[in-house]
Write a protein that binds this ligand. Structure first.
Ligand code: ATP
Length: 245
């Protein structure tokens, strides 16, 4: 995977300092990594190690204070706010722990919302394919409160994919789910990578969840300290324990 000539997302010496002067916090120190197209990466590390900061820099939600971020060839650090916002709408999908569905809209309307916001259309049959593949075809006319947590997260996955983005970022996507629903959602994310060829980057605290990814990045104090390919729960737990010790 190291020879990918153009990764979906490329971080080059990315640093982030929050604030200035004596109260400044360095959340990331020169993190460099290429996320290959069509791969599933989990980002792990202790609380405060910089996982969310890394995800937000990579997704163009916050600006790094050093280095560059490329998504699908575009250097996010050179874009204006308006250009960044447009790029996020078209090239980046998000899945959050809290689902973030709009309660007054049906599942289908929630899924199609990013298209409405960017004034674009899905290719014919794409929404149908997404809901069929994620197993929620029979629920598309229901509102979020009529769906289980796992079903709501699958709606959120469809919404993240509807604009056929370059990459999907997921921040603790199983954090609000019981183990079984969490496993179902992970199966859907794997399918998104294996069948649809998408790139997924996920933050999680759970080694069992991270073991479903192709690769695990471990952050410690804002530094990328380990990269584990073909991870197992045991290998991840060992790497995390060593870092903590
Ligand atoms: N907006 C902010 N202003 C100042 N400091 C911040 C801000 N956001 C994060 N930090 C600090 O940056 C460091 C990294 O935070 P970050 O949220 O990225 O870590 P994390 O690994 O995602 O943590 P957790 O697992 O607890 O969510 C921490 O020391 C945090 O206190």
């Amino acid at each position: 995977m190291n020879v990918d000539p153009e990764p979906a997302v490329l971080l080059d010496g990315v640093g982030k300092v929050y604030g200035t002067g004596p109260s400044a916090v360095t959340a990331l120190h020169e993190v460099s990594h290429g996320f290959p197209r069509g791969s599933f990466t989990a980002v792990m590390g202790p609380s405060g190690s910089g996982k969310t900061t890394l995800l937000q820099c990579a997704a163009g939600l916050i600006r790094p204070t050093a280095g560059s971020v490329r998504v699908g060839g575009a250097d996010l650090t050179t874009l204006t706010e308006a250009e960044l916002s447009r790029l996020r709408g078209r090239r980046i999908g998000f899945v959050f722990q809290a689902f973030n569905l709009l309660p007054a809209l049906t599942a289908r309307e929630n899924i199609e919302l990013p298209l409405r916001l960017t004034g674009t259309r899905a290719r014919p049959g794409w929404v149908e394919e997404l809901v069929r593949r994620t197993g929620i075809a029979d629920q598309v006319n229901r509102r979020p409160h009529e769906l289980s947590g796992g079903q709501q997260q699958r709606v959120a996955i469809c919404r993240a994919l509807v604009a056929q983005p370059e990459v999907v970022f997921a921040d603790e996507p199983t954090g609000n789910l019981d183990t079984r629903s969490g496993q179902e959602v992970l199966t859907q994310l794997r399918l998104v990578v294996d069948v649809l060829g998408q790139t997924v980057i996920m933050v999680t605290h759970d080694p069992a969840v991270a073991s479903r990814a192709d690769r695990v990045l471990i952050l410690s104090d804002g530094r990328l300290t380990d990269v584990i390919d073909a991870p197992t729960t045991a290998r991840i737990s060992t790497a995390l324990t060593h870092r903590a010790g």
